[in-house]
Design a protein around this ligand. Structure first.
Ligand code: MN
Length: 427
């Protein structure tokens, strides 16, 4: 499929992240105005709420855009998703007869504040990248035991916290936690010294389920994708993770990009999962290409200094697709809901410079990275700004995801060290 041309010239360049082919969905505000639904096009945002109020967008189900989140569109189902995309394309395409009515509803992107694009119902994070699992397993358990025996048979995951999901641009506070060094018998309560990022893609469940679903049904339930940074305190994680997996190490924050790139925009970029070492059980077997060819990278900028790209990889490196993860999630009968967010797991490639976390890039802190500024990093330092980048590259156009930025803020003072704030009991 070639570039689809818009009457908005800025959307028609080969490197614009938001051409007519993309039409990602977000929530924005201008000044003190209420947040509202919008659609990115070129260097602008179409005020979708206003477009619906004026009758330029309408749905058989009645108004869906009179709320500051996209959940109602998601719940309306795949026919409405396709209808919305058709209507938006009709308004913004070069041959549109509605330009005069639509043009006043465009807001320059640089004038807005972005918000979470949907109400996050629940958040689950997976561990479904083979290179990442092999690297981490090798560091934690040795090369022979790198992949746990279940890993090639199911996508491993844990239930995270929706309350910790934040939109790009939110500051990330270095957490305190229990740390246990090999040289000490007892743990200490300290700020994390091994605070890390994880480069992931988040899949957004659009329609719910009540009971087990197939991989095909799961694929049909997915509404779209965002970039996702699963901030991780490796020192807290190493001490707490056995036997039930990560808990406080992953609970500080999870950043997502502000634009939902819809599954419909990504259709031309579908690719298959890698060859299987062992056949999957029938209910998890691939039924078609359900990964996507999306170039991914991470940049790190120390406070006030230029950024260095620290890794480049691709979403096609995943061993399990989001559809397989979602199908597995429902096998026990677990109900899924519109707005559920599934983290892919860290997306590392096979090479040293394609690893998706500092844990892997610095090999557990033993091999510091040198940045363009000459500084080195093993884990994140206060003031570091991380940005994730994602692009699916078409014929003369790209599908961009926008920024997924977070700056590391210094740890607060130990709240338990101030006598007046110690918890009191029985009073
Ligand atoms: Mn993760």
């Amino acid at each position: 499929m070639p570039l689809l041309e818009s009457w908005l010239a800025a959307a028609n360049t080969a490197d614009c992240p938001f051409p007519l082919n993309n039409l990602p969905l977000g929530v924005f505000s201008v000044g003190d105005d209420d947040p509202r639904c919008g659609v990115a096009i070129g260097d602008c945002i179409l005020d979708a709420r206003a477009a619906e109020e004026m009758g330029l967008l309408s749905f058989e189900t009645g108004p869906l855009l009179d709320v500051p989140f996209w959940n109602e569109v998601m719940e309306a189902g795949p026919a409405v998703w396709a209808d919305l995309r058709d209507q938006l394309t009709g308004l913004l395409a070069k041959e549109s007869t509605q330009r005069a009515a639509v043009e006043p509803l465009l807001v320059p992107m640089k004038a807005v504040t972005m918000h979470l694009p949907f109400l996050v119902a629940e958040y689950t994070d997976f561990y479904a990248g083979r290179h990442h699992a092999t690297n981490v397993g090798t560091m934690f358990r040795g090369a022979e035991n790198a992949l746990p025996p279940n890993w090639l048979h199911m996508p491993i995951g844990y239930n995270g916290r929706a309350s910790s999901v934040v939109v790009s641009g939110t500051g990330i506070r270095r957490p305190w936690g229990q740390l246990k060094s090999a040289s000490h018998d007892a743990p200490a309560f300290l700020p994390s010294r091994r605070f890390d990022l994880e480069l992931e893609l988040g899949a957004i469940v659009g329609t719910g389920s009540d009971g087990p679903v197939t991989v095909d049904e799961a694929d049909a339930m997915i509404f779209g994708y965002v970039l996702l940074n699963d901030w991780s305190a490796r020192d807290i994680q190493a001490w707490e993770y056995q036997p039930l997996g990560p808990f406080q190490a992953k609970a500080t924050a999870t950043s997502i990009s502000p634009w939902i790139v819809t599954k419909l925009a990504l259709e031309p970029f579908r690719v298959a999962t890698p060859p299987r070492d062992k056949p999957l059980l029938p209910h998890l077997t691939d039924t078609g290409p359900m990964l996507y060819d999306i170039d991914l990278s991470v940049s790190l900028a120390p406070a006030g200094k230029p950024a260095t790209t620290i890794t480049r990889t691709n979403y096609r490196e995943m061993y399990y697709s989001a559809a397989q993860q979602l199908a597995h999630h429902t096998t026990s009968g677990c109900p899924m809901n519109a707005g559920d967010l599934l983290g892919s797991g860290t997306i590392s490639g096979p090479d040293k410079d394609s690893r998706g976390s500092l844990l892997e890039l610095s090999w557990g802190g033993k091999e510091p990275l040198t940045l363009q500024t000459g500084e080195t990093r093993t884990f994140l330092e206060d003031g570091d700004t991380l940005n994730l980048h994602g692009h699916a590259r078409g014929d003369g156009y790209v599908i961009g995801f926008g920024d997924c930025v977070g700056t590391i803020l210094p740890a607060l003072e130990n709240p338990y060290a101030r006598p007046q704030s110690r918890p009191t009991f029985g009073e």
